[in-house]
Design a binder for this molecule. Structure first.
Ligand code: 5AD
Ligand code: SF4
Length: 468
């Protein structure tokens, strides 16, 4: 695999910041609304957009109806997410009528696809600016071009992927901070659009990641979630790079009381080196999100996943041998083209054996431009839905059993926010399981010993016994 790194220079970023300054005179006091769809990488990218808006002197709003600039940061992983974006765009017609000056921007993974850009160009004339993830770093310049040029701007990019350091960022205040360690994906799973929208793998330099982690901890964040499409291949594109396991060790060595979480791991390169770092590092979560995707070897082969069901189970057992308390979660796609009853039965079998703590289940969504989109897909939506329901039922039972086994235990958790129910807070175990507990605002952001006194399929219930 050849790697291409297009590094954006500090001078290029300076340039963007001076565009922000010149826009500042015109945009100060305008209101911007950034709406995020999809994954945590998008959440992280939206923080950069908000950072640029702050430089431009704009106020951020959560209310699209009062916004002067709207940015939809989109997801292309499944069709449903795309439909939601088009639905939202349709709804903006009346906003634009009320405020003809309104600027509507579409970015993220949908915007990286020529097909979508064409559709927006043709059918959504209210959209002023479209730009892919590669172009996000030059958002100020693109916005200026949109405003000054008086015409629609489409910057869907080369798809090669850029690597940027030092952009302004407005983070959500709180306990958890996203920390991107790499971008893009080289795996080309046959169903997945991500390698086409986010380009090839590019790792940030370890010193940049560690410095950012240090800064986050110093400013009070307690939960650092390291992000990458495939964190296990971190560093492979750097000539002097360290491995992901070594990166965890370096972050773990930063003084302070905090948790290191990470996602996502690809089974084909989850190594014993990683498991051993997880076991050794007291601040690293004992949770592995290890997408299985399917349990049939034939489907796994057609998905281009690079492992068999047996190999996956052996890997899970290996991880558990290093980390006995390991929380194992997964993603499964139901109804990949040609997935038969027998193939699906193989998925159920692996799920029974693996005993995941939790699972994210998706019905296969055909993505134009991916190899799987050309495969014959003879099974009906109803058949796929029936498989989906059976799989969820099985997993719900396993999750409920796993959660019930916590009852009576005392654990250290990080209290990270407010629950929907009045008087209740949310917390996470070291393995990332959700705990709901009574408490007050003063407890948020603290570690606490809690006794687990209840559970269901999705969460645990507990009582704080000690704020330490
Ligand atoms: N259809 C359904 N699910 C998909 N995923 C990725 N691409 C598709 C698709 N075309 C799922 C995978 C991945 C998760 C983030 O989304 O399970 O792990
Ligand atoms: Fe998509 Fe596979 Fe890459 Fe994950 S590893 S982003 S599923 S291509």
């Amino acid at each position: 695999m050849t790697y291409k790194r297009t590094e954006i220079t500090p001078a290029q970023i300076e340039n963007q910041l001076s565009v922000c300054q010149s826009l500042n005179r015109r945009l100060a006091s305008r209101r911007a609304f950034v709406d995020t769809f999809g994954c945590q990488q998008n959440e992280s990218d939206s923080e950069l957009l908000r950072g640029y808006f702050a430089e431009m002197g704009c106020t951020l709003t959560q209310n699209e109806a009062e916004a002067d600039i709207i940015v939809l940061n989109t997801c292309a992983v499944r069709e449903h997410a795309e439909q939601r974006v088009f639905g939202n765009l349709g709804g903006f017609t009346h906003l634009k009528r009320a405020n003809p000056e309104l600027i509507v921007c579409v970015c993220g993974c949908m915007a990286a696809q020529k097909r979508i850009a064409e559709k927006i160009k043709k059918s959504y004339s209210l959209v002023n600016l479209v730009f892919g993830p590669d172009e996000l770093w030059r958002f100020p310049e693109l916005l200026q071009e949109t405003i000054d040029g008086g015409k629609r701007v489409f910057a869907t990019g080369s798809g090669e992927g850029s690597l940027v350091e030092g952009l302004p960022r407005v983070r959500e205040a709180g306990v958890r901070a996203w920390l991107s360690i790499m971008y893009g994906c080289n795996n080309f799973c046959s169903y997945c659009i991500v390698p086409y929208t986010r380009g090839r793998e590019r790792s940030r330099r370890a010193e940049d990641v560690v410095a950012e982690a240090r800064g986050l901890i110093e400013s009070g964040y307690k939960d650092l979630t390291l992000l990458g499409q495939n964190v296990n291949s971190y560093g492979k594109d750097l000539s002097d790079g360290i491995s992901f396991a070594q990166l965890i060790r370096e972050i773990n060595a930063i003084p302070g009381d905090f948790v290191i979480r990470f996602m996502t791991s690809h089974p084909k390169d989850a190594t014993e080196e990683l498991f051993s770092a997880m076991a050794d590092c007291s601040k690293c979560e004992n949770h592995l999100h290890l997408p299985l995707q399917a349990g049939s070897d034939e489907i796994l082969r057609r998905m281009n996943r690079g492992y068999t069901a047996k190999e996956y189970l052996a890997l899970a057992a290996r991880a558990r041998s290093f980390i006995p308390e390991l929380v194992l979660t997964t993603d499964i796609i139901v109804g990949f083209p040609g997935e038969s009853e027998k193939d699906f039965a193989a998925t159920l079998e692996v799920v029974e054996k693996a005993r995941f703590d939790a699972m994210f289940t998706f019905i296969y969504s055909k993505r134009a431009g991916t190899p799987a989109a050309t495969l014959p897909d003879p099974y009906t939506r109803a058949e796929k839905q029936a498989h989906f329901d059976r799989l969820i039922e099985l997993q719900n039972q396993i999750s409920a059993e796993k959660h019930a086994a916590y009852v009576g235990k005392t654990l250290r958790v990080l209290i990270d926010g407010f629950d929907r129910e009045e008087g209740f807070l949310t917390a996470r175990t070291r393995g990332g399981r959700l705990v709901r507990l009574p408490g007050t605002a003063a407890d948020v952001g603290k570690f606490a010993q809690v006794t687990i006194d209840g559970s269901n399929t999705w969460a645990l219930k507990g009582q704080i016994i000690d704020n330490r």
